[in-house]
Design a protein around this ligand. Structure first.
Ligand SMILES: NC(=O)c1ccc[n+]([C@@H]2O[C@H](COP(=O)([O-])OP(=O)(O)OC[C@H]3O[C@@H](n4cnc5c(N)ncnc54)[C@H](OP(=O)(O)O)[C@@H]3O)[C@@H](O)[C@H]2O)c1
Length: 288
């Protein structure tokens, strides 16, 4: 039976990036819909649920994407609420690449660090990628310092994460200028820059002064890079007295995770792939 992926995109046009990955993941038919909201999605989900018999439902799956991660989360909730009993299809949510990117960043760092003994600082920690990276790290025992330009935004993001992981150790922090930030980051062994495209947080000279730093990950591919001295292609590249990853250095693993997750949607009809599940898929990929 043909594998059908139903792409529900919250933007005006369905993402070509997500479409290409779907094809590369071996989907036979891709039905792409744009401008999808919780108000107009139910009929599309019913179409997925009521066409194939229970044993064949695993050959139909839903992918939720688009540039607005909050809208994607709302859509995921409506889609999963529409299912009942055994009448469901598997769903993956990766709006703006948020889940696959955060998973790839944390998994890359995990190649070199034991998170139980890690203090991780996340710059741009209130954004979709930063928040998810913080969530994954906190759930794995790391102490997380979450930075924002606004202390209150950092505090509310930490509260959201704490609700999901009650035992998490999180410290909301206000962003400082480069030199001051570097001295405040002393004691952190992992630094992830997850700020908006083109935003640089720290200069190379200051980054090098953080003696405790073992791994630095910069997810911003748009010049200037988020962490001075890190280049987009860096992948476990030893410089600035630590191991450095740039956006494309992490991007290769992100692509593999995205593709594997789409492939695995068709293994059963009741899976929901969001942050944790997508991290788990990446973890298995690295072990295999
Ligand atoms: N490598 C990959 O495969 C890949 C895939 C997807 C995304 N990305 C990159 O990952 C990064 C994070 O993505 P995202 O969607 O989470 O980013 P985002 O929502 O655009 O921005 C993240 C955070 O950056 C902070 N920020 C915005 N403007 C700033 C400024 N001028 N100065 C300092 N901080 C600023 C904001 O936090 P506050 O307002 O709270 O300070 C915001 O919440 C981006 O650079 C994106 O391009 C990479």
């Amino acid at each position: 039976m043909k594998k059908i992926l139903i792409q529900l995109d919250t933007d005006t046009h369905p993402s070509t990036f997500d479409r290409v990955v779907a094809v590369d993941a071996g989907v036979d038919e891709l039905f792409s819909y744009s401008g999808i909201t919780p108000e107009n999605v139910t009929g599309l989900v019913h179409g997925a649920m009521f066409t194939r018999g229970p044993k064949q439902l695993q050959n139909t799956a839903i992918f939720i994407g688009g540039s607005n991660v909050h809208e994607g989360e709302e859509l995921l909730e409506t889609v999963t609420d529409t299912f009942f009993g055994p009448v469901s299809v598997s769903v993956m949510m990766d709006s703006n690449g948020s889940n696959t990117t955060a998973a790839a960043a944390v998994l890359s760092a995990g190649q070199h660090l034991d998170f139980d003994n890690t203090t991780a600082a996340i710059l741009g920690g209130t954004g979709p990628v930063g928040q998810r990276a913080a969530e994954l790290l906190a759930a794995r025992g790391a102490t997380v310092k979450l930075y924002s330009r606004s202390l209150s935004r950092a505090e509310s993001t930490c509260r959201l994460i704490q609700e999901k992981s009650p035992g998490a150790t999180l410290e909301p922090c206000e962003l400082k200028p480069s030199a001051e930030l570097a001295s405040e980051l002393e004691g952190s062994s992992l630094l992830i820059a997850a700020g908006a495209a083109g935003v640089q947080f720290i200069e190379a000279d200051h980054l090098q002064q953080i003696m405790s730093l073992k791994v630095a990950v910069d997810l911003n591919a748009v010049p200037p890079t988020g962490l001075g001295g890190i280049e987009v292609m860096d992948k476990a590249f030893e410089k600035l007295d630590c191991l450095c990853y740039g956006a494309i250095g992490v991007g290769g693993l992100k692509m593999k995770i995205h593709k594997a997750a789409v492939e695995q949607l068709f293994l059963a009809n009741d899976q929901v792939f969001s942050t944790e599940e997508i991290y788990g898929i990446g973890e298995s990929l690295l072990k295999s």
